[in-house]
Design a protein around this ligand. Structure first.
Ligand code: FAD
Length: 490
């Protein structure tokens, strides 16, 4: 009898997308478990890049920096990241074939366009005899994992949250600490990475090579990649997380984690954050991570939300066509100081505090009477952490058209919100410098200053800072009438 030589498992390709880290990574872990050589690739997908409104995009800059960190980490493990610029649907099958892999592994995406892209890639791989395996990684639970008793997807947050927690705790026992949970931590990613043949590895293109420019990310103190995520997490975990519930609503305070851009591009794992939040008993913060899962679940099961209201009755609302109102809102020139400060923060940093996202979104649809989709689009263009699921879900919450949304008759008052959440006016003064010398009693509603008060503050309203473009009380009445159609439909 002749001894059989064991057949080496075929190599695998890990296709990185919005998961730019080399640890706690479902697709990488699955590829390593096959026992074959593991190659790693990323595609600057022109189907996405060409649709961006500007060549000066902080997200592309952030991804570029994150790839450098990922490549360095993979090199330390013997490999390197293969980076391509072009259509994923062409590059991934071509690379898979050139590397003679048995399968491509990637983490599942829930956006309709990404699902269509993945289907197209799987379709192109099939004739080559190569499978595309998609893994759950971006969320804690997906698919049918958290369902109502009737087996349908949840559409209300609180029961979803309770079921989500219950499902998680099913896996927890006093003998098995959370980081042993199979669902959360069955993703060890240790192991060597294969070095790609030199002809296939040409290094990471520069931003200019892919047609983009550097942005003010470094000036903002935003460090991309795993090191940036780690530093933010360490700073948050060492104290601030315990005060999150008290400080999270005050934009002038450092009360939140600022991790959203890292969660968006997967430079930190959601599982790791959930494990830490459980260990630190940071319930209020964990709830926000559950909201994140909730909106991914909604987008996955109800993709019509991308174009239309979650609740169809709200599609009957007639919005005002008011380009000047939209432009004033976008530029932070509505005459309402906290709204303007928030909109200017967005333009300057690509980030806005959650309380202010709620306020400015409400202001657009319920004070200016402008379609929430136009606001959603502006946020999508500007936010570093733009995520279709969270952005759409929250805009529909603010417009009252979403699942479990703010009731339509709840309309934020931009002045009382300002008094409550920026009581000393620190945030307003930071982003609206023309109001810097306005005394606190007038700061939240500067139009109440008479001429001499304006003179003392060194400002002329209507010249140096706008008068309010709408009067809140009458705008509120118009909104109640506008939304009456919803009751008629219902
Ligand atoms: P933290 O308060 O530290 O929360 C931790 C994480 O939980 C966040 O990073 C985020 O991943 C998640 N999270 C927190 N709040 C929410 C929420 N309401 N919905 C879903 N996930 C949440 N978040 C995005 O990540 N991308 C978006 O495009 C986005 N658009 C929004 C649009 C509007 C109109 C509103 C009201 C909210 C939007 N949010 C969005 C949610 C929220 O404002 C941001 O996640 C948060 O401000 C990010 O800051 P942080 O990381 O410090 O959050």
């Amino acid at each position: 009898m002749t001894a059989r030589t064991p057949v080496a498992p075929p190599p695998a390709l890990v296709w990185f997308r919005r998961d730019l880290r080399d640890h706690d990574h479902a697709a990488l872990s699955a590829a390593l478990r096959t026992g074959g050589a593991v190659y790693c690739a990323f595609v600057f997908d022109t189907d996405i890049l060409d649709a961006l409104p500007s060549r000066h995009d902080r997200r592309v800059h952030f991804i570029h920096g994150s790839l450098q960190a990922l490549d360095a980490a993979l090199r330390a493990r013997g490999g390197a990241l293969i980076v391509r610029h072009g259509r994923a649907v062409q590059h991934i099958p071509a690379l898979a074939q050139a590397l003679a892999v048995g399968a491509v592994h990637a983490n599942r995406d829930y956006e309709p366009a990404a699902k269509a892209r993945d289907q197209a890639v799987a379709h192109a791989l099939a004739p080559l005899g190569i499978a595309l395996h998609l893994h759950k990684d971006q969320v804690v639970f997906d698919g049918d994992a958290v369902r109502t008793r009737a087996g349908t997807p949840f559409t209300v947050f609180t029961p979803y949250k309770n079921a989500w927690r219950q499902r998680l705790l099913q896996h927890t026992s006093p003998h098995a600490p959370p980081d042993e949970l199979p669902d959360l931590a069955a993703h060890p990613c240790a192991g060597p990475i294969a070095s790609p043949p030199p002809r296939l590895s040409t290094g990471i293109p520069t931003l200019a090579d892919i047609g983009f420019e550097a942005t003010n990310l470094p000036e903002l103190g935003i460090t991309p990649g795993m090191p940036g995520a780690r530093a933010l997490w360490d700073a948050f975990a060492q104290g601030r997380i315990q005060r999150y519930a008290d400080l999270r609503d005050y934009p002038a305070r450092r009360g939140v984690s600022y991790l959203s851009v890292h969660l968006r591009f997967g430079t930190i794992a959601i599982r790791a954050l959930v494990r830490h939040a459980l260990a630190l008993r940071a319930d209020a913060w964990l709830d926000e991570l559950i909201w994140r899962d909730f909106f991914f679940m909604i987008l996955d099961h109800f993709p019509h939300v991308v174009e239309r209201a979650f609740k169809p009755a709200y599609d009957a609302i007639e919005w005002d066509d008011w380009p000047q109102g939209l432009a004033a809102w976008q530029a932070g020139r509505t005459g309402y100081p906290l709204v303007d400060a928030a909109m200017r923060q967005l333009l300057h940093c690509g980030w806005m505090h959650n309380r202010l996202r709620m306020l400015t979104a409400s202001f657009l649809c319920k004070d200016l009477g402008i379609d929430w989709r136009l606001g959603e689009r502006h946020f999508a263009a500007q936010l570093n952490d733009f995520d279709l699921a969270a952005n759409n879900g929250n805009w529909q919450w603010a417009a009252s058209s979403g699942c479990d949304a703010q009731p339509y008759f709840r309309i934020f008052n931009p002045v009382s919100q300002s008094q409550k959440f920026d009581p000393q006016g620190d945030f307003i003064r930071r982003y609206v410098p023309e109001l810097a010398r306005v005394p606190l009693p007038f700061l939240h509603a500067p139009w109440t200053m008479d001429r001499s008060a304006q003179q003392a503050a060194g400002i002329v309203l209507g010249r140096d800072y706008p008068l309010p473009i709408v009067e809140h009380a009458s705008a509120r009445q118009r909104t109640l009438m506008r939304y009456a159609v919803v009751k008629e439909q219902g």
